[in-house]
Design a protein around this ligand. Sequence first.
Ligand code: PRX
Length: 644
Amino acid sequence: MKKRGIQYVVKKSDGFYPSEEMKKIANITDPQIYEKAAKDPIAFWGKMAKEGITWEKEWDKTYVEKLPYFEWFKGGKLNFSVNCLDRHLAHPDKTALIWVPEPDTEPSIKISYEELHDKVCKFANVLKANGVKKGDVVSIYLPMVPQALIAMLSCTRIGAIHSVVFSAFSADALKARIEDGQSKILITSDGYYRRGKPEDLLTKAKNAAKKTTIKKIIVVNRIGKKVRGRRFLNFEDEIKKAPSYCKPEMMNSEDPMFLLYTSGTTGRPKGIVHDTGGYATQAYWTCKWNFDLHPEDIMWCTADIGWITGHTYAMYGPLLTGATTLIYEGGPDFPNPGRWWKIIQDHKVNVFYTAPTAIRMFMKTPQKWITKYDLSSIKILGTVGEPIDKESWMWYFRTIGGSRCPVIDTWWQTETGGTLINTIPGIGPFIPTISGKSFPGVKHIIVDDKGYPMPKGRQGFLAQQSPFAPGMLHGVFNNHKKYVSTYWEKFKTMYDTSDGAYLQNGLIRITGRTDDVMKVAGHRLATAEVENAIHDNKVVGDCAVVPMPDKIKGQVPIAFVVLKKGHPSKDLEQKLKKHVDIKIGPTARPARIFFVEDLPKTRSGKIMRRILKSLLIKEEPEGLMTLVNPSSVEKIKDTITENP
Ligand code: PRX
């Protein structure tokens, strides 16, 4: 079945470069664009915003910086949903969204721009009828179903701030986010399909909403559960009753559009605030240039809408550019490991964007599940979320891309709103393990811990310099202190990414987090969050969680627990793991829990997680001199060896 598609890359001695075919179609091919934008980044972004986004009123000032805050397109007015929908209505029948349900007995659904516009207007009216006003926070706890996109866009229609919570997160995690945002409305579903079975979501949603500000729960009927009660509304029934047009609320460019929570180093999730105009500009242009998206393209970003990647590339970016986005409800290997590849073949996906953890999983699957499908529609492959090793990059390039397509290794964060460091398909080069250059008009620098530039080629901290990219966060919701301490305390005038990096021939290679944050199967988790959950158990005296390298997931959490007294009961490890599932979600579950007598600590009482990390990977730990209890290290080493 395998067919060869168009050859988009050519091989040169130092990597792959765009072929003539790629240059012919690419939205940008000028390698000088970096220098041109760098001459006056503010003017550059002003031009980009004018060209890419539809404004109701133009801004008075392109960029205002008063650190640690900065604003783009000040005084400008726009509505985000108009940019995603109304402005594409010249082609009303064009497919905006393809939804692939998990059960393969259910057909895929195509929703045109006109239909999506209609549903969004109606659901926006439902929200209004239920008292939602401009500036209110609306919580969304939905799986990958079209209603998730409708709900999010409806919020932007009326200027409400959406706060999407990953559907695999626990009731406790949802509750914490509802409480922080003080939302009155929760949009959820009765459940969803995962690996062939209906999964309940409503029970978690109900439990989370108890004793919070939530007044109404709007439920999407997905698995046919009966939902009764005064607080509940049915999503589709309400849409049917609603008026069909909703006038878009014109927002200031710098008005908040959404919150997205991310693990903080202290354990309490931080509500990252994104604005409207700056975010829209970056989402639009990164889709156009980094994924070379054209209106006729179909983009499939496999990320869940619970993550920033799902927000910007499974949804907003493709819609802003008038292209088609594909979303899939279910597990990647259901009913068999060919599912993803069959979806690409059936729907002729052009741009495919996924995480290294998925790539590593498919490298281990019998390859016949992949090679039997025709993947010749693919033009561009993207990866995100964690560093990708050379072997996985090459496998992705050869097996999925047929050695024809550029692999774009995009570095970015929840905080940056859109991709920031990667190679542009029409420019190149595409080199395994190298992300590339900062997006035109954005400046990154690699520095030491005092903020001084590192010598070329040496590893250091990755920082962003002013003017900050338009899609960057606008603070931490109701927590100025946290915003300052996390991003600005270290380098003052530069944004601290908390990632390590070095330069290789002028291109950036990311080495990973420099703080106590793990990436588990691409999911970002603070070690402190898992530690807090383990601490809930009264027998636990002390606890440290550290990431350990894992062949598929990239990293997995490992916990070291000191009991208040006595020995662990037989089922304690299971109990603690289960509690982490309930408190955070299964992604945070420690792969192992080691019960130890003591944890390595400095004189000031700080746990030396670095030493635990070294012990796990069987490296000789450094810095034992600084410990008050160096003998703990040998004992922990023995525990690890005795309990492999
Ligand atoms: O450590 C970096 C890693 O993911 C972190 C951000 O995680 P999150 O906010 O969940 O957003 C992920 C999706 C945008 C970063 O601080 N990371 C992201 N992309 C890459 C990466 N590490 C290496 N290479 C990448 N391409």
